[in-house]
Ligand binder design. Structure first.
Ligand code: NAD
Ligand code: ZN
Length: 361
């Protein structure tokens, strides 16, 4: 078991990464909470599989528990589900010192986190992420949100959790496709700032995909430490945190063009990272060797590298301008200079962007 700390002054909190943590949630939580009332938000799948153990552990610790179950899937990041959670918080008389626990993937984390951020202007919040995506990315950093019909994550708030509990055992029920898609955020972290983490994934890919606990704990801790360091320097995303968007401007555009139902987020980001790396290589910023090295790892992880034939480079480029990460109408791109370092550029001509996209079909 490893314990890390996200250093954010008064908002600092621990992240505990280990195996078989779910049975100990009660005792691990008690030191971090003020009142006995707890609301657990989860989705239908995760709730059926993991809620009983957690409920038992919380009851043994003497906590007063209520639960809200939302349907699985991105559609639950909605005002309707948000409202249901508020109703439950009110009905069960949770007060300012009560805790909301989000048990599930990034959807439940974002939705539950946002509900906790605004109920009584903010109540304590604990994350128990159960997908690799959520364990290495969504649960760290305090971004919470729901979707608007016109766009993803348009309604949200920054709200840091009091505690994040990561049990790698929960990954055993996740599909290989979701494991691979979550792994992209780790590989991304390696490319943007941690060559050793990138090498660790290269060397241990089989153990990771076979879900060997010790390797997973090491890798997830390392990814979380990196994200925590970035968040500590830029809690509200005013600058440095932008680097986390490596591959994402292309990836978000692809997800939007394919109506969010063809690719996992991580798969779209994988194609986006390949395209950003291609662009950096074309501009003479990124070596052929490093470009190939990233490509080889993505292929070994069975992640896609190329855009689908039914979209055009022009449509993708247009969709990139609609991403909310553009600044004053300019595309902001995160481009690698070597494995372990990226730069933020907003001066790249569309001609070059289009050329790189065209090379990735
Ligand atoms: N807040 C942030 O910083 C941040 C960062 C990245 C992504 N996100 C958000 O995260 C969401 C995506 O997260 P996600 O990929 O975890 O999606 P998700 O929460 O929808 O989970 C994916 C699927 O896996 C299932 N699942 C969850 N845990 C499982 C387990 N242990 N075993 C088997 N199945 C399990 C879920 O029921 C769901 O069907 C998006 O809404 C995205 O916007 C947020
Ligand atoms: Zn991502």
């Amino acid at each position: 078991m490893k314990t890390l700390r996200v250093e954010l002054g008064d908002n600092s909190y621990p992240i505990v990464v280990g195996a078989k943590l779910l049975d100990q949630v009660g005792e691990m939580l008690t030191p971090h909470i003020k009142s006995k009332k707890v609301l657990i938000v989860s989705d239908a799948f995760v709730s059926a599989r993991y809620m009983p153990a957690i409920q038992q552990s919380l009851e043994t610790a003497g906590l007063d528990i209520s639960t809200v179950e939302v349907p699985t899937g991105e559609e639950s990041k909605s005002l309707a589900q948000f409202s249901r959670i508020q109703d439950s918080l009110v009905a069960n008389q949770l007060d300012r010192g009560s805790t909301l626990i989000a048990l599930g993937g990034g959807v439940v984390g974002d939705l539950g986190g946002f509900a906790a951020a605004v109920y009584m202007r903010g109540i304590p919040f604990v994350q128990i992420p159960t997908t690799l995506q959520a364990q290495v990315d969504a649960s760290v950093g305090g971004k919470t949100a729901i979707n608007h019909p016109k766009g993803k994550n348009l309604i949200g708030a920054f709200h840091q959790p009091k505690l994040v509990l990561i049990d790698v055992g929960t990954l055993e029920t996740l599909s290989q496709r979701d494991i691979r898609a979550g792994l992209i955020e780790v590989i991304k972290m390696g490319v943007i700032r941690d060559q050793a983490l990138f090498e660790m994934v290269e060397e241990n890919l089989d153990a990771i995909l076979n879900l060997e606990s010790a390797t997973l704990i090491e890798m997830i801790s390392c990814a979380c430490i990196n994200k925590a360091e970035i968040v500590a320097k830029d809690e509200k995303e005013s600058g440095l945190r932008m680097v986390l968007n490596y591959g994402h401007t292309f990836g978000h555009a692809l997800e939007a063009l394919t109506h969010y139902n063809r690719y996992r987020h991580g798969e779209a980001v994988s194609i986006g990272m390949n395209c950003a790396a291609q662009l950096a290589k074309n501009l003479g910023m990124f070596s052929e060797t490093d470009f190939q090295r990233q490509g080889v790892l993505l292929r070994r992880a069975k992640l896609p590298l190329t855009f689908p034939p039914d979209i055009t480079p022009e449509a993708l480029c247009d969709a990139m301008y609609l991403d909310k990460k553009t600044l004053g109408g300019k595309l902001r791109l995160i481009l690698p200079t070597r494995i372990g370092e990226v730069v933020v550029r907003d001066d790249i001509d569309d001609r070059h962007v289009l050329e790189a996209i065209s090379q990735c079909f």
